[in-house]
Design a binder for this molecule. Structure first.
Ligand SMILES: Cc1ncc(COP(=O)(O)O)c(C=O)c1O
Length: 383
């Protein structure tokens, strides 16, 4: 048979999926690998989806999304993010934040263009680059995981089309301070670039920091493509709904790509998202508290065990170094799974500078986190 796609073949099987393969058939595994919150999707959201199905909303949805939902997103962007948009022109509903990222790449890049990202960073950014022929330029983060502004400046070439930021960040837990964001924005404007801003963890931010949306800052509304989703805030990763916000010109292009590749998003699920956006955000306060407690517990415990680790400022991940124990992240992850049944993602899947790191998700109940930390301690003691 003739060979199949060389391009897609270059992308490895998801490192996270591989980890789960190792866990198959074992009941003792504690997963610190998962990128989804552990609380129940609020009942109102589920009901919204179910009611829509019972009303036979089972046909294609409008390509860009149901108008009522787009209007609610417009109002959310206005109030929560200070981003001024028009729902008819600037918003497209997507299949999760993941497809919002795909649409961002599809709409601004030509093969050979360069995209600058701080590394380590979320896996999809690398492989969407591969699929669209974009050269992804990784700029190593500083020790505290903040962006290396000087190095970003040095990485600009005449092929640079965009910078991508993802704050609060998966996998590092870094959240951009306003000054850091402004420095990146200055580079974007000075070099006439686009900015892709992935904000799916905007509500998971700690240490008194406030999330600022890049598109709300001076001169950035037209240049920014904002990626967001219902997945993390509403613990609704399976709804597969997200949205992308950009200038009219870009969203018009996205619509074409969307039309010919997925023809829209799940129609009835959009009514669940409508209920979600009508909810008072108060519901999240208790959840935030719980994630904050877990964050501090895991950080303190890892330090106690002896890890070099940066205190996370956002999202629900922490990324300790394994260097001190003379073991790389991949071997650490494989062996702790085999010997102590703890699923931890190796740092190497998040780019070129994190072989000696592991990513721990603390989106797991405290009792399990305590047990997992005890197991990690035993594993490390025997190294
Ligand atoms: C930084 C980041 N962006 C986007 C996504 C994709 O989100 P979704 O599940 O809505 O596709 C994830 C998922 O883990 C993520 O961590």
């Amino acid at each position: 048979m003739k060979d199949i796609s060389h391009i897609v073949s270059k992308a490895p099987k998801s490192g996270i999926r591989k980890l789960f393969d190792l866990a198959v058939g074992r009941s003792d595994v504690i997963s610190l690998g998962i990128g989804q919150p552990d609380f129940q999707t609020p009942e109102l959201i589920i009901q919204g989806n179910v009611d829509a199905l019972l009303k036979n909303i089972t046909r294609y949805a409008p390509t860009r999304g149901v108008p009522e939902l787009l209007k609610l997103i417009e109002s959310k962007l206005n109030k929560a993010n200070n981003i001024q948009v028009n729902w008819k022109e600037n918003i497209m509903l997507t299949n999760g934040g993941s497809q919002a990222i795909t649409l961002a790449y599809a709409s601004i890049f030509n093969p050979g263009d360069e995209l600058i990202i701080s590394s380590p960073n979320f896996v999809s950014y690398f492989y969407c680059g591969l699929f669209f022929g974009v050269k992804v330029i990784e700029v190593e983060r500083q020790e505290d995981f903040s962006p290396n502004i000087e190095q970003i400046k040095k990485s600009i070439t005449d092929k640079t089309k965009a910078i991508l930021i993802s704050s609060p960040n998966n996998p590092t837990g870094h959240a951009l301070k306003l000054k850091e964001l402004q420095e990146i924005i200055d580079i974007v404007i000075e070099n006439d670039l686009y900015l892709i801003s992935d904000e799916v963890y905007e509500n998971y931010i700690f240490e008194g920091l406030k999330h600022t949306s890049a598109a709300s800052l001076n001169g950035m509304n037209e240049r920014t493509i904002t990626v967001n989703a219902m997945s993390k805030l509403f613990s609704a990763t399976g709804f597969r709904l997200g949205y992308v916000v950009a200038s009219k010109k870009i969203v018009d292009l996205m619509e074409k790509y969307h039309q010919y590749t997925v023809a829209g998003t799940n129609h009835a699920a959009q009514y669940g998202f409508i209920e979600a956006l009508k909810m008072d955000l108060e519901f999240f306060n208790k959840i935030w508290e719980s994630f904050n407690t877990r964050r501090l517990f895991v950080y303190n415990r890892l330090r106690e065990i002896g890890f070099d680790v940066v205190k996370p400022l956002g999202a629900f991940y922490i990324m300790p170094s394994t260097k001190k124990f003379n073991i790389n992240g991949t071997i650490f992850s494989q062996n702790i799974m085999k010997e102590y049944a703890v699923a931890i993602v190796p740092g190497s899947i998040f780019g070129s500078f994190s072989d000696d790191m592991i990513r721990i998700s603390y989106a797991t109940e405290l009792r399990k986190l305590e047990e997992a930390m005890d197991r990690i301690e035993k594993f490390v003691k025997n190294l």
